[in-house]
Ligand binder design. Structure first.
Ligand SMILES: [Zn+2]
Ligand SMILES: [Zn+2]
Length: 141
């Protein structure tokens, strides 16, 4: 019996590196992704996201983009310290589960604002969205 177990352990360990198992794992992952995409498209996801976005402003706080597909949540202060205190560090600040959690907790004030994907990405990559830069320049004139 014990030999059986040690054999199994050995073959399992070998399996981690063998091609067919790697493929099988990749396939599992793909299946998981597909589930994720399905939840993205689901009516319930859209409904919950709508509620969350409305609670935090409803439109992009930078450019006014209102299409729900473009909207994301962003930390006003980029450190996200408040958020980290309140949430599991492994939880991202987007996604269905996070939206559900916000709803469950009554849309808490965690320094979140609505930004569209463009503004959010630009802010993340450059520290400031070009819209903001343009507005500052315009105000100077
Ligand atoms: Zn925007
Ligand atoms: Zn912007």
């Amino acid at each position: 019996m014990s030999e059986f177990y040690s054999d199994r352990t050995r073959s399992d360990r070998k399996c981690q590196y063998c091609k067919s198992c790697f493929k099988a794992r990749a396939k599992e992952r793909y299946k998981g992704d597909k589930e994720k995409y399905k939840s993205w498209g689901s009516k319930n996801y859209r409904k919950v996201k709508r509620e969350v976005m409305d609670a935090y402003g409803g439109v992009c706080q930078c450019c006014g983009e209102a299409r729900i597909e473009f909207l994301t949540l962003d930390h006003i202060n980029q450190d996200g310290a408040e958020h980290r205190r309140n949430t599991d560090p492994n939880t991202s600040c987007t996604g269905y589960n996070f939206y559900l959690r916000l709803r469950r907790e009554g849309f808490p004030d965690w320094g979140l604002q609505v930004l569209c994907a463009n503004c959010n990405t630009a802010k993340g990559a450059y520290g400031e969205c070009p819209h903001v830069t343009e507005r500052k320049l315009a105000a100077q004139e």
